[in-house]
Design a protein around this ligand. Structure first.
Ligand code: WT7
Length: 655
C-alpha cells in the first residue's frame, strides 16, 4: 500500500520555484546551506543571532555522553525573557503578540507589554503556590491566551511545564501528572467547542482525586460555568494575578535546564514524556520560524492553527514566533464553527500573511468546497505551511491554488515531538517546491534514508528515515527512563537516530516521508499508539483481547480500526439481546474515557479470533489488509466469522 502511494507520489514532477520578489525578501537563503558545512560553528552563530544570552556559551556541542547531547555549554539564559521581556525593552511593547479570537466571537488583542505584565504576575503566583525551579507544572487548557502566559511563566521560573492536550481524558491527565510528579495544575472552567461550552475542571477534579502530587489548582474563568471548588487547593487565576506583585525578576538558567516535558505516544501502552531543554530548543525554534516560516516580525501576521497541547503549539505558537517577537492569531475553536468559512474570514479580517496548518484540515476544507475560501479576500497570504503527516499532491495543489491564490510558496515541514523543531522543509525563497515532498534537511541538519542494515540508500530508493548527527532541539531523553530513550531511538541503527518513519529519496534527492513503520498511527496528524488503545480496550470488562490497526483513510490519513474478542458472557448476552451496536458504542466511549475522544476507533469489529504468529504475536499487517479492503458498513458485526475468513484467506499461502 505504502509502495503504491509512493509510486504515485514519485511521478510527481511539477515544481514551483519561488517568485523573484519573494526570494529577494526571504530570510532563508542559499548561503545558509554553505555556511552549515561546519555545523557546530553554524549553530553557534544561530544561537547568538536569535537569542539573548546572559552568559555566553563556550563549547557548542558535548556529545561525550551520547546519545544524550548537551548544547551551548555554560551558556545561561531565560526563555521567557527571550520571548517577551527583550521585545519590550527593545521598544516593541506596543506590538500585538496575540490577536485572540474566541469561538463565540469575542476578541482580545494582547501586546508584548501586556504579555510581559501577565507573565510576571503569573510567575509570582506560581512562586506563592510553592513552585520552585525544577518543579513541574501541568497545564490543561483550551486555546486561550492564558495558556501561553502559563507556559511562559513556568519557563520564567525554570519550572518545566507539562502541557496536556485539553481533549485528553481525566485518566490520561492523571497518568501524565503522576509520571511527571507535577505540583500545580493550571486549568480553566472550560472552553468553547462547536458552539457550546465544554467543561475542563471536572476532569481535573477527577484526575487528582485520591493520591496525587498536585498541591494547588489554578482555574481560569473562560465560560463562566459552575465548578466544584476545594477550598485551599483551588484558586481563581484572575484573582491571584490581580493580587500578585506586578514585577518578577527573572533568573538565568543553564542552557541545558529542562524547559518542558510533553507526552507522546510510542509503541508501548505508556506514553513517553519527551524532555526538552532551553538553549538548543529555543535556538532551533527561532531559527526555523525565521528561515522556514519566513517570519518578518515587523510586518507579518502569522497563524499556526495547532493546539497548544501538541508540540506544534509549543514550538510554532509559543517559542519560535515569540522569540522573534512576531504578531500572531490565536483561535479557540473549530474551523467550521459557526460556519465553514471561519478560518478564511479570520485570515481576511486579521490580514494573516503566514499560515501553518495540517493536511487533514486542508482535505476537510477541500471536501467542504472552495466556495467557502473564495468568499473571502485571502490576498494577504504570502506563505503557507503544512505539518503533521504526508500531504498528498492533490491537497498540496488545492492548498496552493485555492488558499494561496496560485502565488504563495508552500513549506511541507517534517519533524516530530522528539526533534523539537522543523528538520526537513523547502526554504520558501530558495527551493523549487515539489508537491507532496518535504524535500531537504534544513541547513544545519543531516538526514538520511537507510536500509535494514543502516546503509544509506541511493537516490530513487526507500528505507528508514534517520538523523545522522545531533541537532540543537533534539529531545534530551524520556522523562525518568533513559534506557527507553536509548532503546527507542538509538538501538536500531547504532549511531543514528531512528525516527520511526519510512521514507524515500527521489532521483533528485528529495525526501518523501511515507509514514510510520512502527506500531504508531497518525490520525489527523495526531500520534496514537496501537498498544495504548489495545490496553484501553482490554481494560473493559467485556473485552478479552484486542488488536488495533491504523487503516488508510482519505480524510484523516489513518483511522483507528479495532478488532476485539469478547469475553464469552458478553458474546452470548449481546447475541441474545441483539445489542451489538450498543456494545460497540460502549467500547468506543470507553476508549474516549481512557485516553480521549481522538483515540475513539472509527470501527470496532467483533471477531472470534485474531491472526497470530506461532509465537503469539498479533499479525497487524493482515488486520490492516482486512480493515482497508472491506467495507464493513455498520459497526454491529458480532462474532462474524466472515471477517476471520478474510483473515484466513490472507494467512493461507495458497489463497
Ligand atoms: C510524526 C511525528 C511535527 C509536529 C506534529 C506531529 C509525521 C510530521 C510530517 C510531514 C510526513 C509527517 C511523521 C512523524 N509527520 N510531519 N511533513 N510529512 N509526515 O508531531 O505527533 O510527534 O508526530 O508525524 O510520521 O514521525 P508528532
Amino acid at each position: 500500500m505504502a509502495e503504491e502511494t509512493l509510486s504515485n507520489l514519485l511521478q510527481e514532477d511539477r515544481t514551483f520555484p519561488p517568485a523573484d520578489e519573494f526570494a529577494a525578501a526571504a530570510n532563508g537563503t542559499q548561503e545558509l546551506y554553505d555556511q552549515a558545512a561546519d555545523s557546530d560553528a553554524f549553530w553557534a552563530d544561530q544561537a547568538r543571532k536569535y537569542l539573548t544570552w546572559d552568559t555566553d556559551f563556550g563549547e557548542v556541542l558535548d556529545w561525550s555522553e551520547a546519545p544524550v547531547a548537551k548544547w551551548f555549554i555554560g551558556g545561561r539564559l531565560n526563555a521567557a525573557v527571550n520571548c517577551v521581556d527583550r521585545h519590550v525593552e527593545a521598544g516593541n511593547g506596543d506590538r500585538v503578540a496575540l490577536h485572540f479570537i474566541g469561538e463565540p466571537g469575542d476578541t482580545r488583542d494582547i501586546t508584548y507589554a501586556e504579555l510581559h505584565d501577565q507573565v510576571q504576575r503569573a510567575a509570582n503566583v506560581l512562586v506563592e503556590l510553592g513552585v520552585q525551579t525544577g518543579d513541574r507544572v501541568a497545564i490543561y487548557l483550551p486555546m486561550i491566551p492564558e495558556a501561553v502566559v502559563a507556559m511562559l511563566a513556568c519557563a520564567r521560573l525554570g519550572a518545566p511545564h507539562s502541557v496536556v492536550f485539553g481533549g485528553f481524558s481525566a485518566d490520561a491527565l492523571r497518568s501524565r501528572i503522576a509520571d511527571g510528579e507535577a505540583k500545580v495544575v493550571v486549568t480553566a472552567d472550560g472552553g468553547y467547542r462547536r458552539g457550546k461550552p465544554s467543561a475542563l475542571k471536572p476532569a481535573v477534579d477527577d484526575a487528582i482525586s485520591g493520591e496525587t502530587t498536585i498541591e494547588h489548582v489554578l482555574v481560569i474563568r473562560r465560560t463562566g460555568s459552575e465548578v466544584d471548588w476545594t477550598e485551599g487547593r483551588d484558586h481563581w487565576w484572575h484573582e491571584a494575578l490581580e493580587a500578585a506583585e506586578p514585577t518578577h525578576e527573572a533568573e538565568s538558567f543553564d542552557s541545558e535546564h529542562p524547559l518542558f516535558i510533553l507526552y507522546t505516544s510510542g509503541t508501548t501502552g505508556k506514553p513517553k514524556g519527551i524532555l526538552h531543554t532551553t538553549g538548543g530548543y529555543l535556538t532551533q525554534c527561532a531559527y526555523t520560524s525565521h528561515v522556514v516560516h519566513d517570519v518578518h516580525p515587523e510586518t507579518d501576521v502569522y497563524w499556526c492553527t495547532a493546539d497548544i497541547g501538541w508540540v506544534t503549539g509549543h514550538s510554532y505558537i509559543v517559542y519560535g514566533p515569540m522569540a522573534l517577537g512576531a504578531t500572531q492569531v490565536m483561535y479557540e475553536g473549530t474551523p467550521d464553527t459557526p460556519h465553514k468559512g471561519r478560518w478564511w474570514e479570520i485570515i481576511a479580517d486579521k490580514k494573516v500573511s503566514v499560515f501553518y496548518t495540517a493536511p487533514t484540515a486542508i482535505r476537510a476544507c477541500m471536501k467542504w468546497g472552495e466556495e467557502f475560501p473564495n468568499a473571502h479576500d485571502l490576498s494577504s497570504l504570502r506563505l503557507l505551511g503544512s505539518v503533521g503527516e504526508p500531504i498528498n499532491p492533490e491537497a498540496w495543489m488545492w492548498y496552493r491554488r485555492v488558499i494561496g491564490g496560485d502565488r504563495t510558496p508552500i513549506v511541507d515541514t517534517w519533524w516530530q515531538t522528539e526533534t523539537g523543531a522543523i528538520m526537513a522543509s523547502p526554504l520558501p525563497g530558495v527551493t523549487a517546491a515539489r508537491p507532496g515532498s518535504t524535500q531537504l534537511a534544513i541547513p544545519g541538519v543531516e538526514l538520511d534514508v537507510v536500509d535494514e542494515t543502516g546503509k544509506s540508500v541511493p537516490d530513487g530508493s526507500g528505507g528508514y528515515l534517520v538523523i545522522r548527527k545531533p541537532w540543537p532541539a533534539m529531545l534530551r531523553g524520556i522523562w525518568g527512563d533513559l534506557e527507553r530513550y536509548k532503546e527507542t531511538y538509538w538501538a536500531r541503527f547504532p549511531g543514528l537516530y531512528f525516527a520511526g518513519d519510512g521514507a524515500k529519496k527521489d532521483t533528485d534527492g528529495n525526501l518523501w516521508v511515507l509514514g510510520r513503520v512502527d506500531d504508531v498511527m497518525n490520525v489527523s496528524g495526531h500520534r496514537l499508539s496501537t498498544t495504548e488503545i489495545e490496553s484501553a480496550l482490554v481494560s473493559h470488562p467485556k473485552v478479552a483481547e484486542a488488536a488495533v490497526v491504523g487503516a488508510t483513510d482519505a480524510m484523516t490519513g489513518q483511522a483507528v480500526v479495532a478488532f476485539v474478542i469478547l469475553r464469552s458472557e458478553a458474546v452470548s448476552e449481546a447475541d441474545e439481546k441483539g445489542e451489538g451496536a450498543e456494545l460497540v458504542a460502549e467500547l468506543r466511549n470507553h476508549v474516549a474515557k481512557e485516553i480521549g475522544p481522538i483515540a475513539k476507533p472509527r470501527q470496532i469489529l467483533v471477531v472470534a479470533e485474531l491472526p497470530k504468529t506461532r509465537s503469539g504475536k498479533i499479525m497487524r499487517r493482515l488486520l490492516r489488509d482486512v480493515a482497508e479492503k472491506r467495507e464493513v458498513g455498520d459497526v454491529t458485526t458480532l462474532a462474524d466469522s466472515s471477517v476471520m475468513d478474510l483473515i484466513k484467506t490472507g494467512l493461507d499461502p495458497a489463497g
